[in-house]
Structures are given as structure tokens and as C-alpha cells.
Design a protein around this ligand. Structure first.
Ligand code: SF4
Ligand SMILES: [Zn+2]
Length: 422
């Protein structure tokens, strides 16, 4: 099999964590990042269970379009407001963060420092902050869009949701790993959590807030819950996005589990959707977003310094009513070939023209713009039949690829220390 190209980059040594030369290596169609450290020698880490999936969807399009992802920072600033939580999950990606609550003064300073529009409030559990409403109000006053990442327990109280809305909150990332009480107990170690979460979802829907469901995929635990999570997302007007996070070995992991990667998540979606959504759909749409971004960015949006399109995540817009992609993989594949050809010859204006014609012909202009710039204008809120299906691969300092991944801006703890991946 092998890789079509050689992909060299910089990553961190697995032992001393210093930035070192690295390259992608394929073995039995698994993809590894192999690093060479002067001090510690050669180390390598598994990056994907399906090497051709990552190459076709990400590494190769980036190479062809010539986009230098590593120069950009993420478009969202992540604020870990507190390390406290009212849950005690056996898998907690936030575990091990610096201790303490971030002060309001620090938040003000970070607001001043970063011109990003979106500030994601996480923890621990951010709703344990008594002053959360004030933080939201402050961010709104500064022209920022606060996004709340919560386990939803406190949102089971309708008055609490009303107060969040009154403070200016519009979008909630809601963690929900399953819809089975038994599995939920296994993951969180607590009883009756699910019931509260479902009440919270209803409250958010009643208050007309947009919901982004965030589900950790834990090998050997909740793979069979994917169908139920998809059903919940397509049947709720308020749910605009469904994110799957294959769980990796960072944070606290106190369960024996199989490591899952993006391609494994796609395979589960394939299976549980009776192949209405397929691996190729994800590959071609990711390629398309990179190509389209390459065409647009090199012309109009030179100053748009960052976007989720370039992060290590996969997006696929699907219609809720029949759970199928808004466009077939075959159609996207043909435009991808043309765009990559033009962009590799540096013909950006022609690429832009062809892209615009394609979008208008396919009546996809509105939908594509919505998936490109969804959170900028909250376009998707007005599009009830559309669901953005996403897969996000959580990066750790050990898997970080300096050239091909966005530099996420993450702050945690009392002193608002920057969490350094790069
Ligand atoms: S995963 Fe989230 S809800 Fe669970 S313990 Fe960690 S911060 Fe709390
Ligand atoms: Zn080393």
C-alpha cells in the first residue's frame, strides 16, 4: 500500500517532549508519526488506524493546495474556567489541568489580547462558576461570542437556562456520550445523570438555544450508542451539530478501552446509518473544504487567519430528514480534482471562479457558506433540515504535528496559563 507522498513535519519527542523532526510512516495501513530525537533516539506513535483515510482527506490536499496550516491559530480561544466538576467520569480529558479558577481579571486580559470572536468556556464544569453569567455578559459586551461547553447537569433547571440566555448565551456544546443509563453509569460512575441531561436538552430546546451535541466515542463502551445519538440529533430542531470525539490516551483514563480514531468513528456512522453516510463522503467533503478554503483564502480572505476547516476535524453537512449528505461523494470528487489541479498551479482566481460556479449550479452556495462560516453568522440556526456531522480528533502534545495542525489557544487555571502543544 504505502503513502503516495512523503510527509515531513515537526512533532514532540515522546520521551523528553522537545520539538524534533518527524515523518508519517505507514505500516499495514496504520499511520504512525515517527520522530527522531538527538537525545532519546527514534520513537513513534499511532495516529490513525486507516492511513489512506488520513492521507486522502487531509495530508494530500494540504500538500496540493500549499496551505501552511501550522502558521495559523485556532479561531476559538478555549478558557478552562475551573478544574472543579460535579461529575467524576472515568475518562476525563480535562483531568490534569492547572488547578484553580481563572480570575475575571485574567479573562479581561485574554479578551484584550485575542481578537478571535469565539471564546469557548470549559472546565472541569464551567457552570460551577457562580459568576458564569457575569463572564458571559462581559464577553458579549466586548463583542465576543461565548460558547458554553457543559455536562448539562445544572441546565436541568429551567431558570438556570433562562438566566444563561438572558446573559447573552446562544450556543451550547452539550456532552452526551450515550442514551443508556447503564452505559452512562459506567462512564460517569454516577446514577441518574442521564435523566438530568435529557431534561436539560429539553430546556435548551424550549428556550430556543442552539445545541451542539458532543459525544466521546469510547472503544468497547458506547459504539452501539451512535445510532441513538444520531436519532436524537435529527429529531431535534435545536440540535445543529453532532460531534464525535474518539477518545485518546490523554487526561484521565481509568477504563480498559480500544483506541479509536477518526476513520473508526466514520465506520461506526456508516454502520449505524445503514451506509447512508459513507467513508468516502467524509474524505471528499474534507478535501473539498480544504480546496475551497485554498481558493477563497488566497484571494478574498487573505486576512482570515484561522478556521476550523484546517483543524484535525471532519465535517459533513447532512439533511436531517433522510440522514444523507447534501451532495454525493462522486460529485464532490470531480470538483476536488479540478480545484487541486488549479491550486497546485497557483491559479487561484480560476479556482475561485470554478468553485463559485459549482456552488451556484448545485444550489449549494448557501449550504456551503453555512458550513464554512456557520458560527460566524449562526446561519445554520435558520436551516432546520441541516445537521453538521463532525468528528474531532483530540490532539495531545505527543501527537501534535507542528506543520499540519492549527495552534490551539488554550488557557487554564488561576493564572490563566497557556497550555502549550507547540
Ligand atoms: S469529562 Fe467533563 S463531566 Fe466528566 S469529570 Fe471531566 S469535566 Fe466533568
Ligand atoms: Zn527526546
Amino acid at each position: 500500500m504505502g503513502l503516495k507522498h512523503e510527509y515531513k513535519t515537526i512533532s514532540r519527542c515522546l520521551h523528553c517532549l522537545k520539538p524534533v523532526n518527524a515523518k508519517y510512516v505507514e505500516k499495514n495501513n496504520k499511520l504512525f508519526l515517527k520522530k527522531l530525537c538527538d537525545k532519546c533516539g527514534t520513537t513513534s506513535i499511532l495516529i490513525e488506524n486507516n492511513a489512506s483515510f488520513l492521507e486522502k482527506s487531509y495530508l494530500l490536499p494540504l500538500k496540493k493546495t500549499g496551505l501552511k496550516v501550522g502558521k495559523h491559530v485556532n479561531y476559538v480561544v478555549l478558557l478552562y474556567l475551573t478544574d472543579k466538576c460535579n461529575n467524576n467520569c472515568k475518562i476525563c480529558l480535562s483531568h490534569g489541568l492547572p488547578k484553580g479558577d481563572m480570575t475575571l481579571k485574567r479573562i479581561e486580559e485574554l479578551c484584550e489580547k485575542h481578537d478571535q470572536k469565539f471564546f469557548l468556556l470549559l472546565g472541569g464544569e464551567p457552570t460551577l462558576r457562580e459568576d458564569l453569567f457575569n463572564i458571559i455578559k462581559f464577553l458579549k459586551k466586548e463583542g465576543k461570542e461565548p460558547l458554553l461547553f457543559t455536562n448539562g447537569l445544572k441546565l436541568s433547571n429551567l431558570d438556570y437556562v433562562k438566566k444563561l440566555k438572558a446573559a447573552g448565551l446562544k450556543i451550547v456544546y452539550f456532552s452526551l456520550d450515550c442514551l443508556s443509563e447503564r452505559i452512562n453509569q459506567k462512564i460517569t460512575g454516577r446514577k441518574n445523570v442521564l435523566e438530568k441531561k435529557l431534561r436539560a436538552l429539553k430546556n435548551l430546546e424550549d428556550e430556543n438555544l442552539s445545541i451542539i451535541i458532543s459525544s466521546r466515542l469510547i472503544g468497547g463502551f458506547n459504539e452501539d450508542e451512535v445510532k441513538k445519538l444520531i436519532d436524537l440529533a435529527v429529531n431535534s430542531v435545536a440540535v445543529k451539530e453532532l460531534w464525535f470525539y474518539p477518545v485518546v490516551d490523554i487526561g484521565r483514563v481509568e477504563m480498559d478501552k480500544t483506541l479509536l480514531f477518526a476513520s473508526d468513528a466514520v465506520k461506526l456512522i456508516e454502520k449505524h446509518s445503514n451506509f447512508r453516510v459513507k467513508l468516502d463522503d467524509f474524505i471528499e467533503f474534507k478535501r473539498f473544504l480544504i480546496n475551497a478554503y485554498g481558493a477563497i483564502r488566497k484571494t478574498f480572505l487573505k486576512r482570515l487567519n484561522t478556521d476550523s476547516i484546517l483543524s484535525h476535524s471532519y465535517t459533513l453537512p447532512v439533511r436531517k430528514k433522510n440522514f444523507s449528505p447534501i451532495i454525493t461523494a462522486e460529485e464532490v470528487k470531480s470538483i476536488n480534482g479540478k480545484l487541486e489541479g488549479l491550486l497546485s498551479q497557483k491559479k487561484h482566481w480560476t479556482a475561485l471562479l470554478i468553485l463559485t460556479r459549482f456552488l451556484i449550479n448545485k444550489k449549494l452556495f448557501f449550504l456551503s457558506i453555512s458550513s464554512f462560516l456557520n458560527r460566524y453568522f449562526n446561519v445554520i440556526k435558520r436551516c432546520e433540515d441541516l445537521l453538521l456531522l463532525n468528528i474531532y480528533v483530540v490532539t495531545s502534545p505527543k501527537t501534535f504535528d507542528f506543520n499540519n495542525q492549527l495552534k490551539e489557544i488554550e488557557y487554564a487555571g488561576k493564572d490563566a496559563k497557556l497550555i502549550k502543544f507547540y
